[in-house]
Ligand binder design. Structure first.
Ligand SMILES: Cc1cc2nc3c(=O)[nH]c(=O)nc-3n(C[C@H](O)[C@H](O)[C@H](O)COP(=O)(O)O)c2cc1C
Length: 336
């Protein structure tokens, strides 16, 4: 059975990749994921605020960046598990890149234009096989329009692309008014891959104290639908690699993402829930599914259910599905 998959120009032994998390913040964690069967790991992100905390002179650099938030430093938490300092982060990356037989993809979460370019270069020098840019920009400024937001993303890609030679992917949120156009612009700017989608924090209000609170809930398979739709819409239209992210817990989600056209399938919550060895369960499950259904390889199913294989009129299909799902729903109480 041929499970090999190509991602960001790399040949992987299968498509299941461990995405960034506390499990990939240490050398031992990444080693455990390799032992557990991951075909590549994305190291936990290096946050520009981490660097700023280490280097107070850094503040001088950040005054003009479009992603810069002057007051952010005072909100930023101690990054306990992640906080090995910049040099520690780079050293962990260097060790893992040298010792592991699978590719180690570094992840960068910047705030300033200079930071993105400079730290991307440091991660490349430390041995990263590729770089995932984790963009987190909430456009709370009502004067900032969609074009400004999109332009700032494109600018990040351009500046990182100018400073490194390794492939870069972008881990995106789904909150663009025209996701497809944004993806195309990022490809034009030089992005080699997209990861669809990132999953953000869950802000809540504690009714006992009226304080804002932050909950981290692990994902469930109910979250695959949005990435599934966009991967199926984009996979034939873009040349870049597509990584599926969100809601993978069992082989079913892995297979569905590949059928939609993903090049790799990433997972974090399932590994935090079941442990690093769960990668092997997913890979064995994928292999079993291919055998049971008579497919000789992962390549044979990739994109088999993308938008070009589902009637060729995705806009009409999506609209019809929308209407059908709302009007065709029969409440259980009525059935009983
Ligand atoms: C505790 C935790 C830590 C994470 N740390 C990072 C990180 O450092 N960088 C990043 O890009 N994503 C990070 N993520 C997001 C995951 O990489 C992943 O994109 C997200 O959880 C969706 O995948 P899942 O549904 O398989 O969990 C983190 C997620 C969790 C739950």
């Amino acid at each position: 059975m041929d499970l090999t998959s190509a991602y960001l120009g790399m040949k992987l032994k299968h498509p299941v990749v461990a995405s960034a998390s506390p499990l990939t913040s240490t050398f031992d964690g990444m080693r455990r994921l390799e032992d557990g069967g991951a075909s590549a790991v994305v190291m936990a992100s290096l946050y520009e605020e981490q660097i700023r905390a280490e280097d107070s002179a850094y503040a001088l650099l950040t005054e003009h960046g479009s992603f810069s938030q002057a007051e952010a430093g005072s909100y930023f938490p101690e990054l306990h598990d992640y906080n090995q300092g910049v040099s520690g982060h780079l050293e962990t990356l260097r060790r893992a890149s040298e010792a592991l037989t699978i590719p180690v993809i570094a992840s960068l979460n910047g705030t300033s234009r200079e930071g993105w370019a400079e730290y991307a270069k440091l991660l490349e020098q430390a041995g990263a096989a590729a770089l995932e840019l984790n963009l987190f920009l909430v456009p709370v400024d009502l004067g900032m329009n969609g074009q400004d937001v999109e332009a700032s993303y494109v600018e990040v890609v351009r500046s990182v692309k100018e400073s490194v030679r390794i492939p870069i992917s972008l881990k995106l949120s789904p909150f663009f008014s025209a996701m497809g156009h944004m993806a195309l612009e990022l490809q034009k700017a030089g992005a080699d891959g997209l990861v669809l989608f990132n999953r953000f924090f869950q802000r809540d209000i504690d009714l006992a104290t009226l304080n804002l609170k932050l909950d981290v809930h692990l994902s469930t398979p109910a979250e695959i639908h949005l990435p599934l739709v966009w991967i199926s819409l984009l996979s034939q239209k873009l040349k870049l690699s597509l990584g599926a992210s969100r809601g993978v817990d069992s082989r079913e989600q892995v297979v569905k993402y590949l059928l939609a056209g993903a090049d790799v399938v990433m997972t974090t919550s399932a590994l935090l829930r079941h442990g690093p060895g769960h990668v092997r369960t997913l890979v064995n499950g994928l292999e079993g599914w291919l055998q049971e259904n008579g497919f000789p390889s992962v390549a044979a199913i990739r994109g088999l259910r993308d938008a070009t294989h589902t009637g060729g009129r995705p806009a009409e299909l999506l609209r019809a599905d929308y209407v059908k799902s709302l009007t065709g729903y029969v409440p259980k109480r009525l059935i009983a």
